[in-house]
Design a protein around this ligand. Structure first.
Ligand SMILES: [Zn+2]
Length: 381
């Protein structure tokens, strides 16, 4: 077919007419009004969404920011049945005690990164690997790969490669996770320090003391646990790792009443092999921090009963998710991560309602046409 001038003129005319029709539809007073209103509502909705902190929904990991800027903060990162505690020290240094299982590494890394960003900090000054169990050190691989770490405190448990050049009674871990972690520490050229009870130092007025391990060799992995006491202002915080009742007894023998603390990170996820009645009485903590998974057996009901009878308030990651503690006006305070769910739900409901009302309004003439049709219908019947 030859497309001559007449054909193109016809097409042009057709297109013009179509545009005219569209214009008529769009700019017919009601449609235009509706579109304008919808755009206005959408703009207001977006402004309020961001103002209410709606951006938090785009993050997988929300940092507990209740104490942002406070010089001393302790964050319990929920790693289910594992441990991971992030501490901001008063001299703006940071310490991470354990990092949960390997599959929790991503969450721990994201939490620490978001926390450091929020505080205007850049690195972890200290990473404590309490003992070689995977529920404490697995996630540290992810952390070391993504965050700068200055000093690593590690247990006197050696990899097979390290053990080759050593003699005497030593403890060796045969797990590939541990071997990978230790070689990563070397690769990243972190300062490597073996935990023992001679370590104590100040960080901006906060005293950090390693109370255990006291020996170079133990038969059980959990007994290597670095037990750490933090003292800041008038408050004391005792972190037990997975230390068992044998270690608790040796701590009582060596430190006695010095173990009295305001906050106790309960040993071994609340297992009955830790937290003896005598030990809990000596520590006499107001708050008991428990890392546990609601789908697993721990904490044991015996330990919970003992803690209840001591009057300790129990803070569990399985109930609270990630949570944080600080000292406000000489009192311990804690907070959980908050997302503005109610505000956002209300906002979305109002927005949807307004849009429905806008598009549901009948045009006046539509209404009249319908009304006129009614008598016709009756006539037909
Ligand atoms: Zn553990």
């Amino acid at each position: 077919m030859i497309k001559d001038k007449a054909y193109w003129n016809f097409k042009k005319k057709q297109a013009k007419e179509r545009i005219k029709e569209y214009k008529k539809v769009i700019f017919s007073s009601n449609t235009f009004f509706r579109i304008s209103l919808t755009i206005l509502f959408t703009a207001i909705f977006l402004v309020l969404f961001f103002a209410c902190g709606g951006t938090l929904y785009f993050y997988d990991t929300i940092v507990v920011d209740e104490f942002r800027g406070q010089d001393f903060q302790i964050h319990a990162i929920d790693v289910e049945q594992g441990d991971s505690t992030l501490i901001k020290l008063p001299n703006n240094q940071t310490m991470l005690i354990d990092a949960g299982e390997r599959d929790m590494g991503e969450h721990v890394t994201a939490y620490v990164k978001n926390f450091l960003d929020g505080e205007g900090l850049e690195k972890l000054d200290y990473l404590v690997l309490t003992h070689p169990d995977s529920d404490h050190i697995g996630g540290a691989i992810d952390v070391l790969e993504n965050i700068e770490v200055d000093t690593v405190f590690r247990p006197k448990v050696y990899t097979q490669e390290e053990a080759e050049n050593m003699s005497g009674q030593i403890s060796v871990s045969t797990t590939s996770t541990y071997a990978e972690l230790i070689s990563l520490i070397d690769e990243k050229q972190c300062n490597e320090v073996f935990s023992d009870n001679s370590i104590s130092f100040y960080a901006g007025g906060c005293l950090i003391e390693f109370l255990s391990p006291a020996e170079d060799y133990y038969s059980e992995s959990n007994e290597f646990s670095a037990v750490i006491m933090l003292t800041y202002q008038t408050k004391k915080f005792l972190f037990m790792g997975d230390a068992d009742q044998t270690i608790e007894q040796s701590l009582i023998d060596r430190y006695g009443d010095y173990l009295k603390a305001d906050v106790l990170k309960v040993g071994h996820h609340g297992s009955n092999t830790s937290s003896s009645q005598q030990f809990l009485e000596v520590v006499d903590a107001d708050y008991a921090l428990l890392y546990s998974d609601s789908n697993k057996d721990l904490p044991s009901s015996d330990v919970l009963n003992r803690l209840h009878s001591m009057g300790s308030e129990i803070l569990r990651t399985s109930n609270l998710g990630d949570y944080a503690l600080s000292i406000l006006n000489d009192e311990i305070a804690y907070a959980t991560a908050s997302t503005p769910t109610i505000d956002i739900a209300l906002l979305i409901s109002i927005y949807t309602l307004l849009v429905i009302i806008t598009w549901g309004i009948r045009e006046k003439h539509e209404y009249r046409v319908k009304k006129r049709r009614v008598p016709d219908k009756t006539l037909q019947e």
